[in-house]
Design a protein around this ligand. Structure first.
Ligand code: TXA
Ligand code: MG
Length: 312
């Protein structure tokens, strides 16, 4: 764990330029970064995370110009979304430039890009001068890390973790595919859908058919994902006496041992969700009872993560 001061940033940038990997904070979750153009570094990311090869990585860049260099086409919608909402927790999927080698390769010939807002992520992008492929810095299918300590617990082999404190948003970026008509939501996340709709109009949700007929769900949205070690059960029945092997995650009621009460505000809830799941895992519970969050689009990303955590 290294402070993101000039010396720490210099060491991190040096490792990245030599083809090693570095974990760093973003406003959403911590990422495991690697030079997006270095096949060996990318392979190390997949190995450390135990990530399946078919699941492509998001590439983090310092600004719109760098994003356009990775794209074969930069549609008007990309231009406008980027101009309005970058830096921020919005990832855009566009056609991948044919000049690129294996970067973020998918069968569909696309690439996912975003400009992160976190000052440490931005300082690191500046210091290394590389586009950084960075998935969340956790073992595949586990809970994403929102502190440097979570990264070290999940991936002890990572050579350097820049410690930027807890992530402000606490849930991953929203991923939108701009290669379909209408654009399609691939992963709900920290960025609100209504802001995207204000630019693109209609937005297809996962499961909707898009005009070009392509069935193109997000490769990374496996059913079981974002899961703690403990078994997650969604239930309204979270009160009363429970055995020590049970934990509770709710947004009403009294806190207590192995009882995490999160905010009833979806942004605050999201900010603490993964940290609370990590705490319950650390407490050694084998079952986590989760009070189902309310309906409504503000809770979409949270419902998505909890249902995946409970699947399988
Ligand atoms: O907030 C975030 O997005 C964090 C921070 C570190 O930036 N990163 C993150 O990366 O969550 P990861 O790898 O855990 O999730 C990336 C998601 C996956 O669901 C993946 O399948 C999808 O984006 N993805 C990446 N490239 C894609 C592509 N070309 N087409 C469709 N989906 C893609
Ligand atoms: Mg992830």
């Amino acid at each position: 764990m290294v402070a993101p001061d000039p010396g720490g940033l210099r060491r991190a940038a040096e490792l990245l330029r030599r083809g090693s990997v570095v974990a760093f904070p973003t406003e959403t979750v911590y990422g495991l970064g690697a030079d997006a153009f270095n096949a060996r570094a990318i392979a190390e990311v997949y190995r450390l995370k135990n990530r399946p090869a078919w699941n492509p990585l998001i590439v983090h860049v310092p600004g719109v110009a760098a994003a356009r260099e990775l794209a074969e086409e930069w549609p008007d919608a990309a231009q406008e979304l980027a101009a309005r909402f970058w830096p921020g927790p919005l990832t855009l999927v566009v056609r991948r430039s044919s000049r690129l080698n294996d970067v973020g390769r998918t069968a569909a010939g696309t690439i996912a890009v975003r400009v992160p807002a976190h000052p440490v992520a931005r300082a690191l992008l500046d210091a290394c001068g590389l586009p950084l492929a960075a998935p969340s810095a956790n073992r595949s299918e586990g809970i994403s890390p929102t502190t440097a300590q979570h990264v070290i617990q999940s991936l002890p082999e990572v050579p350097l973790v820049l410690d930027g404190g807890p992530c402000a948003l606490g849930i991953e970026s929203t991923v939108v595919d701009l290669t379909t008509s209408p654009p399609r939501l691939l992963r709900p996340g920290a960025f609100p859908l209504r802001a995207i709709r204000a630019v693109v109009g209609r937005l297809a949700l996962p499961g909707d058919t898009v005009a070009d007929g392509a069935e193109r769900p997000s490769p990374g949205m496996g059913r079981r994902h974002y899961a703690p070690r403990a078994k997650v059960v969604l239930t309204d029945d979270v009160d009363g006496d429970l055995p020590d092997s049970y934990g509770v995650l709710a947004y009403q009621g009294e806190e207590g041992p192995r009882r995490e009460i999160l905010s009833a505000d979806p942004r605050e809830y999201a900010a603490d969700l993964y940290a609370a799941l990590h705490r319950l895992d650390d407490a050694g519970v084998s079952v986590i009872l989760v009070q189902p969050p309310s309906d409504g689009e503000d809770w979409l990303a949270i419902r998505d993560r909890l249902h995946r955590a409970a699947a399988g």
